[in-house]
Write a protein that binds this ligand. Structure first.
Ligand code: GP9
Ligand code: MN
Length: 418
């Protein structure tokens, strides 16, 4: 019953902060386009591979005056991979430490980003050219409140337009713009790219740069598929402009999870030219994050704020000026001055302004060397507490006992007995 939610609610209220007022509502009434960059880690941004630029278009956005780019933004996914990153986006909760919450708790009550946009009069959709039941998406999206799921049957996969796991990103994003033209405005669309997925295969004509030369074919090919998706994003922006959608839209892009696992540490250490310690491994969990608001002048230089995927929901809601949602969430507006600058990864690792906890070791962020565990101790406790509260919510389906519009626990007598 709702008494189980009291401690959770107290914890969440204590960490709730005032969102950034200068960015509040800057994208109010605009379409929201969220592009999930499959397996894209931050180390490829503003970087080269054997003298070749890996992400020329995304790099240009890092200096664009209408774009905020974060280089200290972490994924918080576990075994549910892409679906975990979707769960976090919509709920500002962590996924589960084992299994995929999209499968194990698809029927819970959730108070989602999508729900809040529905209330604001948005037409909401998810777009992904794969079978609709993959990751249980068809069931979960309906529960999360998406008006429409554009899946494989909504796309025409022409000759040579599929590779690796399915439809290539360039035609996928192009056809998605065609669907957007038909949508009621304002709309929210979540687009999930696919080409940059393990094992990172490409057709010859889509290889815009060479392979890398390490002992890992996976890492060697990864640079090429990332480069391909960068091209797809560039063409997507052009298509949005041609369709007359661009000016009225805010575009948010973020990496869903790592593409290169620790099995490739030898190759990674060759590329990074340093040993991949647990500290470096944790830092490799950074994924790129972009907010692009045409004509806003919000950006221009890299923003080093410390943030994670749980922060997406409150941050997006503040940009769009959504007031109606007071749901239970662990994230904080990234751009608020009050932000805690504390990021917890799902496996218990964490990052503070000065420290990284990884491999049961406390690391000094500045030197990358192990330091006194005592320095990490208070944060270890807080990370464990936060993840435990999160799991109580999911395992107990506790959001049934919470009213997200008024931000309060439901009284005992108005809850429905099971
Ligand atoms: C499948 C795609 C990839 O539809 O989202 O999923 P992943 O393996 O990255 O979780
Ligand atoms: Mn993925």
């Amino acid at each position: 019953d709702s008494s189980e939610l009291v401690d959770v609610n107290n914890y969440v209220e204590a960490k709730s902060i005032e969102p950034a007022s200068d960015l509040h509502g800057i994208a109010e009434g605009k379409n929201l386009i969220v592009v999930k960059l499959e397996s894209t880690q931050n180390f490829v941004i503003n970087n080269e591979m054997n003298g070749e630029v890996i992400t020329p278009f995304l790099n240009s956005l890092t200096e664009d005056e209408d774009t905020i780019y974060l280089d200290n933004f972490y994924h918080q996914t576990e075994q549910g991979k892409t679906s975990d990153s979707e769960f976090i986006l919509d709920n500002s909760l962590y996924p589960l430490g084992r299994g995929a919450v999209f499968f194990t708790h698809s029927g819970n009550e959730y108070h989602t980003l999508t729900d809040s946009l529905n209330k604001e009069g948005y037409f909401t959709s998810a777009m992904h050219a794969n079978n609709k039941s993959f990751w249980n998406r068809d069931i979960v999206y309906e529960n999360f409140g998406y008006d429409r799921f554009y899946s494989l049957p909504d796309y025409t996969v022409g000759e040579g337009e599929a590779v690796n796991w399915g439809m290539k990103d360039i035609p996928f994003l192009q056809q998605s713009v065609e669907h957007m033209k038909e949508m009621e405005k304002p709309f929210y669309s979540k687009l999930i790219t696919l080409t940059n997925h393990h094992p990172f295969y490409l057709d010859e004509e889509d290889k815009f740069i060479d392979e890398y030369d390490s002992n890992s074919g996976t890492l060697n090919r990864y640079f090429q598929t990332v480069r391909y998706t960068d091209e797809a994003i560039k063409e997507f922006f052009t298509s949005l402009k041609e369709a007359g959608i661009y000016e009225d839209s805010v575009i948010v892009m973020y990496g869903d999870h790592y593409g290169i696992s620790e099995n490739h540490n030898v190759a990674m250490s060759q590329y990074m030219d340093k040993e991949i310690t647990p500290f470096e491994s944790a830092q490799l969990q950074r994924v790129p994050f972009f907010v692009h608001v045409p004509g806003s002048g919000i950006g221009g230089e890299t923003n080093h704020s410390l943030a994670g995927q749980v922060d997406l929901k409150p941050t997006i809601q503040n940009l769009l000026g959504v007031e109606s949602d007071k749901s239970i969430q662990f994230g904080q507006d990234i751009f608020s001055e009050e932000n805690d600058n504390f990021v917890i990864l799902r496996d218990g690792r964490f990052i503070t302004e000065d420290l990284v906890w990884a491999g049961e070791t406390c690391w000094d962020k500045e030197t990358g060397e192990a330091t006194d565990t005592e320095l990490c101790a208070p944060f270890i406790e807080r990370a464990n507490e936060e993840l435990a509260y999160n799991d109580e919510i999911i395992y107990g389906d506790l959001l049934r006992f919470y009213d997200p519009e008024n931000g309060r626990l439901l009284e005992e007598d108005v809850t429905i007995e099971e």
